[in-house]
Design a binder for this molecule. Structure first.
Ligand code: ATP
Ligand code: MG
Length: 303
């Protein structure tokens, strides 16, 4: 089972929108998909039409109650082929409840192990933080997707993003994550500013940036209030087309097969990452100025 985590500690960059709609697009392509809502805000749960407050069993129980199985909490969704492991606000207590528990970062990995033959793909919607929940998601994921919002504050977001992926790489990449991708969201092709940032992101991150970008599209914002993915809510919209394209691109790229070729590919990926993270691109702490050696963004900032 391929496990894809949507991660960025920056809020509002499109993690949940990407998790729901990529998962739905995988299902549309005939894949068996499990969406894990791992954010106490429960936006993925609510966005798929599930009443989070009425749930008596959620992923929180799987993490904290011995004997509770993932299959006990998984529910069908309105999308054929897409199941949901829902959550509600109780998940917010997990951090405190698990303090001191040995192996607390492996709880989701163990739970997903029990359903690995039932699904082709699992998509995890992470909260906007790098706490125990995101750690659990990172440890078990084969793929990490970092959505990054293309707007005026994208440059500040970029610094945060770099810090996030640096932590992912240093701590987890050698053990779990095989593929990492940067997904540009809220893209507006018509503005010079958006185009310039997009170009800079591709220059810096190279092959890590998905070819597919997610455009700003009002249907993507409307669909959750109907409790649907955009694929059914507005099947012909730009938003639906973008997420179909992303799902197809992800399926084309991997998972990396076993064997010598996989070893070579993995080393290639690690080299690429090392060039970014071990080179000039280690970001400084927030607020201390531009990262050393980073491209000069001032021309964009003044646009
Ligand atoms: N491409 C898009 N075009 C227009 N609106 C979008 C797009 N992507 C997301 N949105 C809207 O922007 C808001 C934030 O998106 P979303 O909830 O997916 O971000 P998030 O990263 O999951 O946020 P959080 O960090 O709070 O979990 C939502 O209201 C969503 O409907
Ligand atoms: Mg979210």
């Amino acid at each position: 089972m391929r496990i894809i985590a949507m991660v960025n500690q920056k809020g509002g960059c499109g993690k949940t929108t990407s998790a729901i709609n990529t998962a739905a697009a995988f299902a549309e392509l005939g894949q068996r998909v499990l969406l894990v809502d791992f954010d106490p805000q429960a936006h993925a749960t609510i966005g798929l039409g599930c009443d989070a407050d009425a749930l008596d069993k959620t992923i929180h129980d799987v993490l904290t109650r011995p004997g509770m199985r993932l299959t006990d909490v998984v529910t069908r969704t309105g999308v054929s082929g897409l199941d949901l492991a829902p959550c509600n606000v109780l998940l917010a207590g997990t951090e405190l409840e698990l303090i001191g528990r040995a192996g607390r970062e492996l709880l989701l990995a163990r739970a997903l192990q029990t359903v690995r033959d039932s699904y082709d793909l699992c998509v995890i919607d992470c909260p906007p933080s790098l706490g125990t929940l995101t750690l659990n998601a990172l440890v078990t994921s084969t793929d990490v997707i970092v959505p990054v919002q293309m707007h005026y504050y994208a440059l500040e977001g970029l610094r945060r993003l770099l810090e996030t992926v640096r932590i992912i790489h240093q701590r987890y990449h050698p053990y779990s994550v095989e593929n990492m991708g940067v997904l540009l969201t809220f893209v507006e092709e018509r503005t010079t500013f958006s185009r310039q940032i997009q170009q800079q992101m591709r220059e810096v991150f190279g092959g890590l940036v998905f070819n597919t970008v997610i455009h700003r599209n009002i249907r993507l914002a409307e669909a959750p209030s109907a409790g649907e993915s955009v694929l059914t809510y507005a099947s012909q919209s730009k938003g639906a087309a973008d997420y179909r394209s992303l799902a197809a691109e992800i399926l084309r790229t991997g998972p990396m097969p076993e064997g010598p070729a996989a070893g070579r590919a993995r080393r290639g990926m690690q080299k690429q990452l090392a060039a970014i993270f071990d080179g000039v691109w280690i970001p400084r702490p927030y607020g201390s100025g531009r990262p050393v050696g980073a491209p000069n963004f001032s021309s964009i900032e003044s646009t």
